[in-house]
Design a protein around this ligand. Structure first.
Ligand code: PA5
Length: 446
């Protein structure tokens, strides 16, 4: 059992009463047991819990597909939205060296309805050969369906229908949905998203693994990281000190005391999309029944120069969860300067990471002193293995936290409301009466 992540909640001690925290920790431990025994709400969507145990030995097909696609084109467009997008984006952005030449480039589509974005993408694709990986569990989500139709048309014009087929891979339901049916009739290579794994918990399925392999990263190390964390927090530590229990309990104790916004903070720009993935995970899992912590994110020190003022002195309902990365991958020392005209001679000779860590220490204390509780989540470094540990930790803690809050952490009934209105306004057959009502509402309110 190898757990490389630690959770420190000393920074909340003056904001959450110890005895209340102890009680919530016991409740959170009970929720972990309930999850493990399959007795909680939404239990039919807890397949992700034990996914790492089998995925470690099941990555061969994904790797073979990635090699085939990499050999036939220098670019792959990954089409998907929400849980069928954010895990892949979070992983590949976290590991990416933004200045290195890329052997294989991943581009994303279908996560927006922007005409400008997709038109610019097609203009770029005019000049290159490419593959499409289209991801949709339901197979009916509007944004990726539109992007896939547009891209398929473009690829068909470029390659012709027979050759196009080998450039498309579909990741979807095993039996149902428009994408499933299309993939079968067109003969695309396909991968399955298991029935019992919801979108936001699907990063360890081909949804996250195929883009990771395509971008040239080590899918096995990622899967091993997830497995080691699973063995550690799912059953390796059945006590209130379990870090997933601790994190779930700490954030609920703060919520009970009026801290209703959680800001995920990192000091690494490569983790911006990890925070986007985390926001979907927690926002969709907990924000229902008029309850739930609002998940937000910032990147420091960048955003200390924009959001820092509000966090330090604005309305006191915020708490922070800071991802502290202990080691950087590269070494860069601040050089000395004979004249010291910039006034930073006292920093000369220090690694930039040391400066970044001191900024973190100083900020943490300032925010605690300013009335913002801080939870510290430390990881060793940003690589496949450690990001695997971090993602499983957040998934498990999220499920426990949702149960502590008393909601079903695996459904998302609210996501449907905008879709119904959009379909009606676009004139989908069967929505005529709804359209009339909405047009009137738009006149009055919009
Ligand atoms: O977490 C979820 O369930 C959602 O964010 C979905 O992943 C998102 O709506 C995309 O759905 P689908 O994969 O069915 O296209």
């Amino acid at each position: 059992m190898n757990q490389t992540i630690s959770v420190n909640i000393k920074g909340i001690s003056s904001f959450a009463v110890d005895s209340a925290l102890d009680t919530i920790r016991e409740k959170a431990l009970g929720c972990l047991r309930m999850l493990r025994e399959g007795k909680g709400r939404g239990n039919e969507f807890t397949g992700w819990l034990r996914l790492p145990d089998r995925t470690v030995s099941e990555t061969a097909a994904v790797k073979a597909c990635a090699s085939r696609l990499r050999a036939q084109a220098p670019v792959t467009v990954v089409v998907g939205i929400g849980g069928s997008y954010l895990g892949a984006r979070a992983l590949t952005e976290a590991l990416n060296d933004p200045f290195a030449p890329q052997e294989h480039r991943l581009l994303f589509a279908g996560h927006t309805l922007s005409e400008d974005y997709h038109a610019a993408l097609l203009r770029f694709l005019d000049g290159t050969s490419y593959n499409i990986v289209v991801i949709s569990k339901s197979g009916t989500t509007t944004e990726p369906a539109i992007a896939f139709r547009v891209l398929r048309d473009h690829l068909r014009n470029k390659l012709g229908a027979p050759a196009m087929k080998s450039h498309i891979v579909a990741i979807t339901d095993a039996r149902r949905g428009a994408l499933h049916d299309l993939a079968v009739s067109e003969g695309y290579e396909t991968f399955v998203i298991p029935d019992d794994v919801g979108g936001r918990y699907s990063v360890l399925t081909p949804v996250g693994l195929l883009p990771l392999a395509l971008a040239g990263y080590d899918v096995d190390a990622f899967a091993r990281g997830m497995l080691d964390m699973a063995l550690s927090v799912r059953e390796g530590n059945d006590t209130p000190a379990n870090i997933a229990v601790t994190y779930a309990a700490a954030r609920n104790a703060l919520y009970d005391n009026g801290y209703s916004t959680e800001i995920l903070i990192s000091y690494e720009p490569s983790l911006v999309f990890l925070a986007e993935w985390w926001k979907q995970l927690y926002g969709e899992s907990e924000g229902k029944e008029s309850k739930g912590i609002f998940p937000a994110s910032v990147t420091f020190t960048t955003d200390l120069h924009s959001m820092g003022q509000y966090i330090q002195q604005g309305e006191r309902k915020l708490f922070e969860t800071v991802i502290h990365v202990k080691e950087s991958q590269r070494n860069l020392v601040v050089p000395g300067a004979s004249d010291n005209s910039d006034g930073i001679g006292f920093i000369a000779g220090k690694r930039m990471t040391e400066v970044n860590h001191k900024a973190g220490d100083g900020t943490r204390i300032a925010h605690i002193d300013g009335g913002v509780p801080v939870i510290l989540v430390s990881i060793e470094r940003i690589d496949e293995y450690n990001i695997g540990q971090l993602m499983y930790f957040f998934e498990l803690a999220c499920a426990i936290s949702g149960y502590v809050l008393g909601v079903n952490p695996f459904d998302q009934p609210g996501v449907e409301s905008y879709k119904k209105n959009m379909f009606a306004l676009l004139g989908k057959p069967g929505y005529e009466a709804e359209r009339e009502r909405l047009e009137k509402e738009l006149q009055a309110k919009g």
